[in-house]
Ligand binder design. Structure first.
Ligand SMILES: NC(=O)c1ccc[n+]([C@@H]2O[C@H](COP(=O)([O-])OP(=O)(O)OC[C@H]3O[C@@H](n4cnc5c(N)ncnc54)[C@H](O)[C@@H]3O)[C@@H](O)[C@H]2O)c1
Length: 429
């Protein structure tokens, strides 16, 4: 790669920031990373990777000489004119996005700055316009603004950076939009260069659409349970229609993670704040909330009440190949099981550390079989390959009872039943 690549600053070194930083370093940029979490920065400076993301450690190691980590934004401001902002935008109590971290970054840029704020964080449509107003109010007229929403998926984030389905750049047609477009050029991805508001809406609308697809197939699954159809067969038949597509048509115990729930909520609130009632998204959210609880009903049906029963949760992360526990379905499930009097044991290949921060009242096991020991029932919560490929005879021997709820429709019912277990999926015969 050419050494003349534009140096960049990346503010916020979480899942998005760190992957973006490592990705651009791989493409040849010097990257100045900044985070307010001093412990995280110290770990990164020591060459440690604070999150689990396949391929990230190799990428960081390979590009270590081009990557710099600091808690002081001045380091990035000094070396780079493009500041990629990848700080968290969690939901507030009202469901709106909390933009305080974004504002903290803007406030830290001096009035003399001639930089560009390149927004990777997911923000409500209209944020770019209001931040540009803030630039004016703070006398920072030299600052440019680019919306460059991120579409990476945790678990395949490095691959998604290197081979994006599309790159979206929303700008005012100034130097900053050109510079960001140029940075992404080596990836040869389809480019959507547009205005700032439209770029912001592409991100929110994409996540809302994917979440809608999931809630839709979950409702079909629930109807399948009433009518004797098998949702796996139904989804296969639907997905082959090119207009529909097979992705995001897997019925299960609902979507979680740091993005879908908050982004769907944020779009619903954004619409509401502007006086529009987004009915479809209200239903998508409600279906998802109920879906997480349906598993408890299935367990009650099989066990005849949960008081004193032992339930093993196989997987805790919101999806495989990540340690991210934010809004994971396992959080709702474990809390509901505890509340109904069950004892919960759980195993996840990598998410235990994160889970311990968020979950109380469950026992963490070192292996799946340890979690399953003496369990009356088990629930597959996260379809990690090692959990999908368990030896079901060994599982049946370890358990006291024989109920297995496949919360992701990821198992072969026949192999599970052949081991003497009672199999129930979501919307499956
Ligand atoms: N995680 C995903 O899969 C994903 C995908 C697309 C978009 N996004 C969006 O990207 C943004 C970041 O998400 P994430 O999952 O990487 O979050 P994260 O919580 O993993 O990382 C955010 C980082 O920002 C740091 N930070 C907070 N305030 C700061 C400040 N003022 N200055 C410097 N650093 C600061 C935090 O310490 C943390 O390390 C969010 O808006 C999210 O919605 C996330």
């Amino acid at each position: 790669m050419s050494a003349a690549r534009e140096p960049i600053g990346v503010i916020g070194t979480g899942y998005v920031g760190l992957v973006t930083a490592a990705g651009f370093a791989e493409l040849g940029s010097e990257v100045w990373c900044v985070d307010i979490d001093a412990e995280k920065v110290a770990r990164l400076q020591r060459g440690e990777v604070p999150i689990y993301e396949p391929g990230l450690e190799e990428l960081l190691t390979r590009n270590a000489s081009r990557m710099h980590f600091s808690t002081d934004i001045a380091d990035a401001l000094q070396h780079a004119r493009l500041l990629f902002v990848a700080v968290g935008t969690p939901p507030t109590y009202s469901g709106d996005a909390d933009l305080s971290a974004v504002h903290a970054v803007v406030d830290a840029i001096p009035a003399s700055g001639t930089h560009a704020v390149v927004m990777k964080s997911t923000v409500p449509c209209g944020t770019g316009a209001s931040l540009r107003r803030v630039f004016g109010e703070q006398g920072k007229s030299g600052l440019a603004y680019v919306s460059c929403p991120e579409f990476l998926k945790e678990g395949s984030a490095v691959k998604d950076f290197m081979k994006p389905d599309r790159v979206v750049v929303g700008d005012s047609g100034d130097w900053a939009g050109d510079a960001v477009t140029e940075l992404y050029a080596p990836l040869a991805a389809p480019l959507v260069r547009t205005d700032i508001a439209s770029a912001e809406m592409v991100k929110l609308a994409s996540n809302a659409f994917l979440a809608t697809k999931i809630s839709f197939i979950n409702e079909i699954a629930n109807v399948c349970e009433e009518t004797g159809a098998d949702v796996v067969e139904v989804a296969r038949g639907m997905g082959l229609d090119e207009r529909i597509g097979a992705k995001f048509l897997q019925a299960g115990i609902g979507f979680g993670g740091s993005c879908f729930p908050k982004d769907v909520d944020a779009l619903k609130q954004l619409a509401g704040n502007s006086g529009y009632h987004f009915q479809l998204l209200t239903a998508v959210i409600e279906v998802n909330d109920l879906q997480k609880r349906r598993v408890v009903g299935k367990l009650q049906k099989h066990l005849g009440g949960l008081v004193g029963k032992r339930v093993a949760l196989l997987g805790l992360a919101f999806k495989p190949n990540t340690d991210d526990m934010r809004e994971a379905s396992s959080l709702v499930l474990s809390a509901r099981l505890n509340a109904d009097g069950a004892t919960v044991s759980a195993y996840d290949p990598v998410a235990e550390e994160q889970a311990r921060r968020l979950v109380t009242g469950i026992t963490f096991a070192r292996t799946a079989l340890e979690a399953l020991a003496d369990a009356d029932a088990a629930v597959l919560v996260t379809e990690w390959p090692e959990l999908v490929e368990l030896d079901w005879s060994a599982v049946a021997s370890a358990m006291r009872g024989n109920v297995l709820i496949d919360g992701r429709n990821a198992l072969d019912p026949e192999s599970v039943r052949a081991a003497g277990l009672v199999y129930e999926g979501i919307g499956r015969r």
